[in-house]
Design a protein around this ligand. Structure first.
Ligand SMILES: [Zn+2]
Length: 251
């Protein structure tokens, strides 16, 4: 009988603790991590989804595209890590929205080819006036679903500037009015700023030269494919953050 009373008393004590003990009025408010949303923009030739990740709600839009050439895919883990950083540090997103396409050529990446599954170089398939029609660039602009959805994305959002990540030329190239942003990014990584010249039918030619949107082609090194995500971030993370916070410093 006595032990039953003790049990009831203990149960009541636990109930009171459960109801009141968690409400500490001095608990600091934890900053809510910034939420990102993902959507499927469309599908590749071999029906792989091409994803857009949006983070932030600000007016200025910065677009980052990785792996438009399928065998130049070090940018993909790098931009996923960038997303983690932005979620943890929403202050980088004040006044900004960052639009990330982590894998623009999923068939090329899966098949270890520069081109898409139709053998087309997506970065020569844009309707720029300098385009050359042929079997690798396409017989006209936008013959491919992957390039068409990037074209639509750029014209829908008209970002303030764009970064497209490639390998292996190890430099920061730019098209259109992108030199200042390239130099800003160059302060935060070892890539030299280098003008390579606008390639026929490239995204840079179309977006930078014809639409006057600054576009930076971030050319990583070939061996960067062998690096861990932490090593990639160490080399290039700050430069990517600098592209987002431009003209301000990321730190
Ligand atoms: Zn490339």
């Amino acid at each position: 009988m006595l032990s039953k009373k003790i049990l009831i008393t203990l149960a009541l004590l636990f109930l009171i603790l459960a109801l009141t003990g968690c409400q500490d009025p001095y608990t600091p408010v934890i900053q809510q991590p910034q939420l990102a949303s993902a959507q499927i923009l469309g599908y590749s030739v071999q029906q792989r989804p091409i994803e857009l990740i949006t983070i932030g709600t600000g007016e200025e839009k910065v677009m980052i595209i990785a792996t438009i050439h399928g065998n130049e895919d070090a940018g993909t883990p790098l931009v996923y890590h960038l997303l983690d950083k932005l979620r943890a540090r929403p202050d980088f997103l004040t006044g900004r929205t960052v639009l990330i396409v982590p894998l623009a050529n999923p068939d090329g990446q899966a098949n270890r080819t520069r081109h898409n599954a139709s053998g087309i170089d997506l970065n020569r398939n844009f309707p720029a006036s300098n385009r050359i029609n042929n079997e690798v660039h396409g017989q006209q602009g936008l013959t491919e679903p992957e390039s068409t959805l990037l074209y639509d994305l750029v014209l829908t959002h008209r970002p303030a500037h764009i970064v497209s990540i490639h390998q292996p030329l190890y430099c920061l190239d730019y098209d259109g009015p992108g030199e200042e942003i390239a130099r800003h990014m160059g302060q935060y990584c070892s890539l030299p700023v280098k003008k390579l010249g606008s390639r026929p039918g490239s995204m840079g030619s179309f977006v930078g030269v014809e639409k006057n949107i600054p576009i930076i082609t971030m050319e990583l090194a070939k061996e960067d494919s062998d690096l861990t995500t932490a090593q990639l971030w160490d080399r290039y993370g700050r430069a990517l953050l600098a592209a987002i916070t431009y003209p301000e410093s990321p730190y």
